[in-house]
Design a protein around this ligand. Sequence first.
Ligand code: NDP
Length: 333
Amino acid sequence: AQEIRLASRPEGFPTLENFELVSVAVPEPGEGRLLVRNLIMSVDPYMRGRMSDAKSYVAPYEVGKVMEGGAIGEVVVSGVEGFAVGDKVLHGSGWREYAVVDGARAVKVDPEKAPLGAYLGVLGMPGLTAYAGLLEVASFKEGDVVFVSGAAGAVGQVVGQVAKLRGAARVIGSAGTDEKVAYLVDELGFDAAFNYRNGPVAEQLAAAAPEGIDVFFDNVGGEHLEAAVASFNNYGRAALCGAISVYNAKASDLPPGPRNLGLAVGKRLTLRGFLVWDFDHLQEEFVREVGGWIAEGKLRYRETVTEGGLGKAPEAFLGMLRGDNLGKALVRL
Ligand code: NDP
């Protein structure tokens, strides 16, 4: 069996040298545990944070140790009541072909109800992030004008569509390629979208939202956040979900950040950070509502699945950080 270990900590943008593919024995599950053969795994932006040893809300990966992350596999040995050989389970021990998983940390998923990848994306952690961030953190209400950064990614593609389906007056997205911009407008029904590489974000946002914005769902930070502060109407609300524009910056290269936060006072803005793990209470409602929209064909999503096995996971991860993915980035094992 194979696993991927963190070989070294990146400085700035990571490289393939930061990862090591290692052959190991297939582990023994032991009592009360499952042996799972992984079928598909997630590569996520937060993993970049865990490759560093800077203090953060999750412990760093350890150099020389196998990495971890969301994955779905098939149970091959079960010592846990309620789990049978052949069951598909969602768990946190990705980046390896075979995982030993505690029964309490495995969630059974139904491949008849949705393709396995959906449980790592639109119906999984990124989908709940979108749902909770928009509806609860940003207190979205019908009639709001909504701006989403990172709009064509796993989280962003769900945010914009939930906003439309819940009655937004106007939904605007930004992304890093013209193809992604076309996807947002032509396939997902965003009212407007722009490529942030084509010019200053503040100018492009002001043109796309001539009457200002009420809600900003921020996946990117930096220049995007500054532009949103400038475009906010009074009582605007931002859900600060991520700041991927600075994840790969060396400490010495960090941008100054939003320079116009003084405007937040007069506009009475609410800028609220959040972590998806605080929103378990929305899980059921989220699956019911978003799952329903998918079944009715009202909510669409894309996945970018890298084929070729575990050895391709580092490339898929770096590709996601560069923006190669449309929708959720996944690796098929
Ligand atoms: P995505 O599927 O959106 O993939 C990352 C995307 O980021 C890339 O496709 C790329 O798209 C974009 N990107 C990369 N570099 C930059 C840059 N310098 N400026 C602007 N965009 C950039 O990832 P997710 O949907 O999984 O995550 C989106 C955000 O949500 C991340 O910030 C992540 O950390 C955060 N997150 C937060 C959670 C929470 O609990 N708070 C939970 C889950 C995710 P493009 O081509 O458009 O540049």
